[in-house]
Every structure is written in C-alpha cells, then in structure tokens.
Design a binder for this molecule. Structure first.
Ligand SMILES: Cc1cc2nc3c(=O)[nH]c(=O)nc-3n(C[C@H](O)[C@H](O)[C@H](O)COP(=O)(O)O)c2cc1C
Length: 204
C-alpha cells in the first residue's frame, strides 16, 4: 500500500478529482485500443542495475482500470527485463502534445513469461509485431553492420520466438495529471490506497 501525504483526501466524492481519474483511464484505454492515439506509445522508465535511469518507448497493449494495471509486450532478453526483475519500481509518461496534456504514472512491474495470458496475447499479435522476438540475437548485441541485425528470410512457424516474448504488467500506484492547455493549467496528484485513491490538486 502506498502512503500519501496528509493533505491528500479520498478522491471518492470529490467530483473534480474523480473526473481527472476518469479522464486518465479513458486516455490510457484509448492508447491501448486498436488504431493510433496520442497515448498509444508511452515512455517507460526503469532503474538500471547500476542505479542509473533508463527510459524507452513502449506500446500500450492492455489497460485494466478495475485492477489499476497497464500491460505492454517486450523481449524477455531485453535489458529492461533484467532491470525490472532487479528493481520493479517503474514510471511511465504518456502525453497528448497537441492538447498539452501529460499523464505520469508510477508503479511496480512484474513480468509474465508463460501461461494462458501470454499465450492469448501472442496468438492475438500480428505477425509483424512478432518479428523482433524471432531474432536469434539478444537485443543490444554488438554487430558489424545494421544488416547483420535484420530478420532472416527463413521460413518461420507461428510460434517461433514465443520463448522470447513476455508481458510486463505495471500495477499503477500513483498518477500525476497535468493539463497545460490554455483553459487548463491544472495539475492533480492521486495516490492509490488499496484499490481506492487519495489525491489533491497541486500547483502546476
Ligand atoms: C515507436 C516505438 C515503439 C516501441 N514499442 C516497444 C514495445 O512495445 N516494447 C518494447 O520492448 N520495445 C519497444 N520499442 C523499442 C524500445 O523503445 C527499446 O528500444 C527496446 O525495447 C530496448 O529497450 P531496453 O534495451 O531498454 O530493454 C519501441 C520503439 C519505438 C520507436
């Protein structure tokens, strides 16, 4: 359970903050839905094993407001997985830069490397999304030229690369919403307490 500052009050019953929370989850759901949205691609930050900060883009794949979780897909061999396994604290930022809206999330991540949920996600993925997982080279392996890192033309079966595919589920523990649109200039921070939220408007 995340602790929250004493000034933070229950969001339930506070219409303004309830609206912020609803908007945040709606934006994230839109990001995970088919088709492009400003929220389809977010930046995920991890803490590296040497303590330095790492950040990269990921595609939002699933958003489950009921359990406060966000899922993305990645290669189990990638650095971010070792980082998450060593320190599950992660942060994510997504934005609609046209509208000057920013959503920052913090939470803890866990990695799904097997089981029915992974199988369902793999089976639902389009072939072109699976190409990277079929590369025998571990992501980040030094190569002599970019052509050495290209997918081979070998015939593949649908399950080739399955062992390299994994899902990262981020359990969201806090939300920082910033609206810098001309009519906005509003910021709110919400911290999860069990499945409930406490929060406050804060100075932008
Ligand atoms: C538009 C875009 C979308 C991306 N989506 C993903 C993704 O969903 N999952 C992923 O693992 N990497 C994705 N990447 C690549 C990552 O940003 C990153 O380069 C790669 O995962 C290696 O990161 P790591 O070495 O920190 O693990 C994406 C990159 C771009 C440019």
């Amino acid at each position: 359970m995340t602790t929250h500052p004493p000034a933070f009050k229950p969001v339930a019953g506070n219409t303004g903050l309830e609206q912020v929370l609803a908007t945040v989850w709606a934006c994230l759901r839109e990001g995970a839905a088919p088709g492009r949205s400003p929220y389809s691609i977010a930046q995920l930050a991890t803490v590296s094993t040497d303590g330095s900060a790492k950040v990269r883009y990921v595609v939002l794949r699933r958003v489950s407001e009921d359990v406060r979780e966000i899922t993305f897909h990645t290669d189990v061999r990638s650095s971010k997985i070792a980082e998450i396994n060593a320190n599950p604290d992660v942060a994510l930022v997504a934005a609609d830069l046209e509208k000057n809206l920013q959503i920052r999330l913090e939470g803890r991540a866990h990695v799904i490397t097997d089981g029915r949920v992974k199988r369902t996600a793999w089976d639902a993925s389009r072939d072109h999304s699976l190409v990277l997982f079929r590369n025998p080279l571990v992501p980040g392996t030094p190569i002599d030229s970019p052509s050495d890192g290209q997918p081979t033309n070998q015939t593949v079966t649908r399950d080739d690369g399955y062992e390299n595919f994994c899902m990262v589920v981020m359990s969201v523990t806090s939300v920082d919403w910033l609206d810098l649109s001309p009519d906005g200039h509003e910021r709110a921070i919400l911290v999860r307490n069990g499945l409930d939220w406490h929060g406050s408007w804060v100075a932008p």
